[in-house]
Write a protein that binds this ligand. Structure first.
Ligand code: NDP
Ligand code: 2IT
Length: 452
């Protein structure tokens, strides 16, 4: 990068920080992208003149609203809900809804920004949005969750629509919550449309949507390894999280002959040196989706496994790692230890799980490192396919969808390779590849529209 580009980049980041005080996650996500984009657009005057990156890093709209609900003891509770509409240059706003006590505007803005690049990479007609609330579903009864979801949708319904903005699930929002929200949308509007994805199969959901994010993250790993003449088979894999993405990533690792040895939640991680097999995985799924228990219970059930309270799994020696819990769960020290212990590939199932220091460690070590916006795009891709099925009022067969997901993930991989090459080396910088490939499509659409 030329000196003047560095100055421009520094000035740009300074501006982002100034305009978004108290929003570190959003600044972090923009910074990671800007580092690559500034270099790419150095000799592309139009992108500068039309302030494309500056415009993508300013959400089209941020809607914030009060959500009141009544708990089982009759207390009135007040939460804050949001929908961040980052960009709709290449399709309707599209992205998940997160219910977690840690949710802030900064976290939703970072994810809506990332989603713009991710959705562009899928090749489908969808652009970036994200929503959520600082509501903690843990320990709440079914009826409390239902009342919260209904109240949330009573405000959100006026901001979404099947060709306007199509939310889906994320942390704390699965099929149960989508069902309650879809029911309320239908009741208020009297319309049965594909306004949400991740729906139940009985009312317009798509086959393999539940599996898609975790499977996709492993497919991406498989494609990176394949390019090096290697595979997942026989590899030891460290996985964090124990929700939708983590459990389906483990499922695909097992199918491909790998051995996943860890899972985690906010209480700590379990290490199973024998590997998490199909039977154990079914037990975890039941624990997490039906009994809604803690991962610590795994070590009580399977005696050779150990539970490590308050810790993350990155010190366990492995060939491959798939972070699938949450943002900034893997820092520079963790990344250094992973590399030192021989980890050769990282595929991010979660959104921005690696902090900026960690990203630089992986980049410098030149391991196979796939950022979330590329590696976890399988979920939103099948959401996009759910939208297509809903518009046509048809349901595709499982084999067709499996094939489409596999092809889309390979397409994303290849787009990253096309833009992520490094001079005089066979190494691919997948972060740069994803940032630039995601940017170009959105940027060119924005240029076509002029200044709007
Ligand atoms: P789930 O709610 O199903 O599971 C979340 C998992 O992450 C749980 O094990 C949870 O543990 C853990 N976790 C959440 N917050 C924290 C925290 N602050 N510290 C430690 N652990 C935490 O969510 P998903 O599996 O759907 O989502 C996981 C990640 O994948 C998120 O980053 C999400 O944005 C991303 N993602 C999800 C997609 C999807 O289709 N669902 C698509 C693309 C990305 P605990 O139960 O203790 O909270
Ligand atoms: O981060 C994500 O891509 C998701 N939570 C899924 C979004 C979607 O619309 O399916």
């Amino acid at each position: 990068m030329a000196v003047s580009d560095h100055v421009d980049l520094e000035r740009f980041i300074k501006g982002v920080k100034k305009r978004n005080p108290g929003q570190p996650e959003f600044v972090q996500a923009v910074q990671e992208v800007a580092e690559d984009i500034f270099e790419f657009i150095a000799d592309k005057e139009e992108y500068h003149e039309y302030q494309i990156l500056r415009r993508i890093a300013e959400p089209d709209r941020v809607v914030s609203f009060r959500v009141c609900w009544e708990d089982d003891d009759g207390n009135i509770r007040v939460q804050r809900g949001w929908r961040v509409k980052n960009n709709n240059a290449i399709g309707p706003y599209k992205g998940g809804i997160r219910f977690h006590p840690s949710v802030t505007e900064s976290i939703l803005k970072f994810m809506a920004f990332e989603q713009t690049f991710k959705n562009s990479l899928t090749g489908l007609q969808i652009d970036g949005g994200k929503g959520g609330a600082n509501f903690n579903p843990k320990g709440k009864s079914d009826h409390e969750v239902m009342r919260f979801c209904q109240s949330f949708m009573t405000e959100l319904y006026r901001h979404v629509g099947d060709d306007i903005d199509v939310p889906a699930g994320d942390i704390g929002v699965g099929t149960r919550e989508i069902g309650y929200m879809f029911g309320q949308y239908k009741r208020i509007t009297n319309r049965f449309t594909g306004v949400l994805t991740g729906k139940g199969l009985e009312y317009g959901g798509s086959l393999i949507r539940t599996e898609a994010t975790g499977y996709g993250a492993v497919y991406f790993l498989e494609d990176m390894l394949k390019r090096r003449g290697d595979s997942v088979e026989g590899k030891t894999v460290v996985v964090s999280g124990s929700g939708n993405v983590a459990t389906h990533a483990v499922e695909k690792i097992i199918q491909l002959g790998g051995k996943a040895v860890t899972l985690s939640d906010s209480g700590g991680f379990i290490h199973d040196p024998d590997g998490i097999d199909r039977e154990k995985l079914e037990w975890v799924k039941e624990l997490k989706t039906i009994r809604r228990g803690r991962i610590a219970e795994y070590a009580d059930e399977f005696k050779r496994a150990t539970f490590h309270a308050g810790q993350r799994p990155w010190r366990v020696a492995c060939d491959l790692a798939i972070p699938c819990a949450t943002q900034n769960e893997l820092d520079g020290d963790d990344a250094t230890i992973l590399v030192k212990n021989g980890c050769r590939g990282v595929s991010e199932g979660a959104n921005m799980p690696t902090d900026l220091d960690g990203v630089h460690v992986f980049k410098d070590a030149q391991i196979l490192y796939a950022p979330g916006k590329a590696a976890n795009a399988g979920g939103v891709a099948v959401s996009g396919l759910e939208m297509s099925q809903n518009s046509a009022r048809i349901s595709w067969k499982e084999e067709e969808l499996q094939l489409l997901l596999r092809e889309i993930m390979q397409g994303i991989h290849d787009r990253c390779v096309a833009y992520g090459g490094t001079p005089r080396s066979d190494h691919i910088d997948y972060v740069r590849g994803a940032n630039i490939a995601g940017f170009v499509k959105v940027a060119d659409a924005m240029l076509a529209y002029g200044v709007v």
